[in-house]
Write a protein that binds this ligand. Structure first.
Ligand code: SAM
Length: 308
């Protein structure tokens, strides 16, 4: 359980009702999050799929308050930009110190609240620490590569991920140069801090871990996922069979699985054609998919420049 703690803390409970034998075979990921606002995470990480993944020890999360790694009297983490201009920039030392200190400890380590500011592990401001090469250090930034399902699937292969959340006008460039190995954007727009972006990344990665969803094939069959060959998912229905004079397509009530599968595939193709035709450039399409798309007005020469 993550509490509304302003200092660093970890969540890595093991649920009692999840068989230990299953745990041994599962892929797990540890997230180290570097932020000035750790309490922002307490809601989203304590609910639903993420909470269950923590309870099942599929993921563990340590929130590291960057401010805990300052040693000056006022615990300053930001300063005015060189060259003038408005706003504040996050200083390099607290972030680099936090990242290098945490990542040179085993996954699950965090600074205890009583050690914040006053009793920090030894760290050299002059010489870079040697960081584990298999742990991506990701800066959330609108300047990063655009997050997509392929990147999410790649990240889900790692055992440990470090996420740095920027604030204000962003972080001093030397943070990038010293510790960052990857930069990720959640879209071509700007939000006020990297925390929400980090939560999105954690959520997207976590749902790919076996055991994270109630129905494991669910993530595989989502839009953009391999089970749908890169297409968008078609329309979905549940009870009641009629709502405001709109009925569920009768084929879904037919019980004829092959016909239902074919209908779903065609709906996925149509939805992708109408909403995101650029995705068809990279989708894995069968001859009958191509024939169906052709019948509906698309031809491979309609290829558009992909936005991914
Ligand atoms: N001045 C920066 C720029 O133009 O690139 C934007 C700073 S933004 C107000 C503050 C922080 O929010 C960033 O450092 C980053 O961590 C986060 N952020 C904002 N938009 C983001 C996005 N689209 N994806 C990921 N992180 C984002």
């Amino acid at each position: 359980m993550l509490t509304k703690n302003e200092h660093s803390e970890c969540a890595s409970e093991i649920g009692e009702n999840f068989a230990e034998t299953q745990l041994d075979t599962l892929h797990r990921i540890h997230f180290d999050i570097f932020t000035l606002f750790p309490s922002m995470f307490s809601g989203p990480l304590n609910e639903s799929i993420i909470k269950r993944a923590i309870d099942r020890a599929l993921i563990s999360i340590c929130l590291h308050n960057i401010r805990d790694f300052t040693t000056d009297r006022h615990h300053i983490c930001d300063d005015t930009p060189y060259g003038g201009g408005g706003g504040m920039i996050m200083k390099p030392e607290p972030i680099v110190r936090a990242v290098e200190t945490v990542l040179t400890h085993p996954a699950g380590w965090s600074l205890s609240p009583e050690d914040a500011y006053v009793n920090l592990p030894t760290w050299s401001a002059d010489a870079p620490a040697s960081l584990p090469p298999d742990t991506p250090v990701i800066l959330l930034t609108p300047q990063g590569r655009l997050l997509n399902q392929r990147i999410v699937a790649d990240l889900a292969q790692h055992q440990r991920l470090a996420l740095i959340c920027g604030r204000y006008e962003g972080v001093d460039e030397r943070v990038r140069l010293q510790v960052v190995t990857d930069e990720i954007s959640i879209g071509d727009y700007v939000i006020s801090g990297g925390e929400l972006a980090a939560m999105i990344l954690i959520d997207a990665v976590t749902r790919l871990l076996p055991g994270a969803l109630g129905f494991d094939l669910g993530a595989h069959q989502d839009s953009h996922s391999p089970g749908l060959d890169g297409l968008l998912e078609g329309p979905q229905y549940t009870r009641p069979p009629t709502f405001r004079d709109q009925s569920v397509p009768s084929i879904l009530l037919s019980g004829h699985h092959a016909n239902v599968d074919r209908w779903r595939r065609e709906q996925a193709l149509l939805r992708t054609l109408h909403r995101r035709p650029d995705l068809l450039n990279h989708a894995s399409l069968t001859a009958s998919d191509l024939a169906f798309l052709h019948k509906n007005g698309w031809s491979p020469s309609d290829r558009q420049v992909s936005s991914t």
